[in-house]
Write a protein that binds this ligand. Structure first.
Ligand SMILES: [Mg+2]
Ligand SMILES: [Zn+2]
Length: 242
């Protein structure tokens, strides 16, 4: 395995990069469709979202209305600043791994001028079909018992790390789906930034889970930006130029 002196920063999307869950944000268009998201045991969230998108289509909500709705998701200025800063830096690789969908992510990043910020985006493929209905499909299949059947972020990250190792890895997340990849951040130079009041922080604090990296709680994009300044900029991490 080739060791390179670079930094990897991985972001989750919902409630991390953006301040809300984009999948539930879209219900503002037709709040009565909320009933379709009542968790049914054994039914994958991606399938529930396809039901929501079918419902929006049946009620005459077209692609433009959906795009305009998601463009309005709250996105903290300092989180945007963090992304732009990291994207401009030499020798930092920036990944987005999300259980949302490609249409929402591309629309939101583009609305905030961050189209090219991420080196790689891993999420559930999605597109509007010829009739204008949004359809989302599973990102992949995997064997992980911890994760939903459409996406194991740990498997995604493990595959990504197969050919390269980083001097420092940073993961910014909030939810249960972020646990699996965070368990791969086990070196003393690795950091997980876990959002206060969300499941990831409590789960990683449980000694039975076996998390061995550094855990840093955060609340807003300002905390993440300050961490990036302190941990990457001011310490002059090797090989990183802004
Ligand atoms: Mg999240
Ligand atoms: Zn997993």
């Amino acid at each position: 395995m080739a060791v390179v002196e670079t930094i990897l920063v991985v972001f989750d999307f919902d409630h991390t990069l953006i301040d809300v869950n984009s999948d539930t944000w879209i219900l503002a268009l037709k709040p009565d469709l909320k009933r379709l998201l009542q968790r049914r045991s054994g039914v994958c969230w991606t399938d529930l979202m396809n039901d929501v998108f079918a419902g929006l289509f049946d009620e005459g909500v077209g692609p433009e209305a959906i795009r305009q709705c998601v463009e309005k998701v709250p996105f903290h200025d300092d989180m945007k600043k963090t992304c732009s800063l990291l994207a401009r830096a030499q020798n930092i690789n920036l990944l987005l791994i999300s259980d949302a969908n490609r249409v929402f992510i591309d629309t939101i990043l583009s609305a905030h001028g961050l189209d090219a910020a991420f080196d790689k985006i891993y999420t559930n493929p999605a597109e509007f079909d010829e009739s204008g209905r949004l359809r989302v499909s599973y990102h992949h299949t995997h064997a992980c018992k911890r994760c939903p059947k459409n996406l194991c972020k740990g498997t995604v990250l493990k595959d990504y790390l197969k050919d390269v190792s980083y001097a420092k890895k940073i993961y910014v997340g909030d939810g249960k789906g972020d646990v699996c990849p965070c368990l791969l951040l086990d070196s003393p130079t690795d950091y997980v930034l876990a959002k206060t009041g969300f499941p990831l922080l409590e789960i990683l604090r449980d000694p039975d889970v076996g998390f061995k990296g550094n855990l840093v709680p955060w609340n807003t994009g300002t905390d993440v930006l300050e961490f990036v300044y302190k941990e990457i900029l001011r310490t002059g991490a090797p090989g990183v130029r802004f």
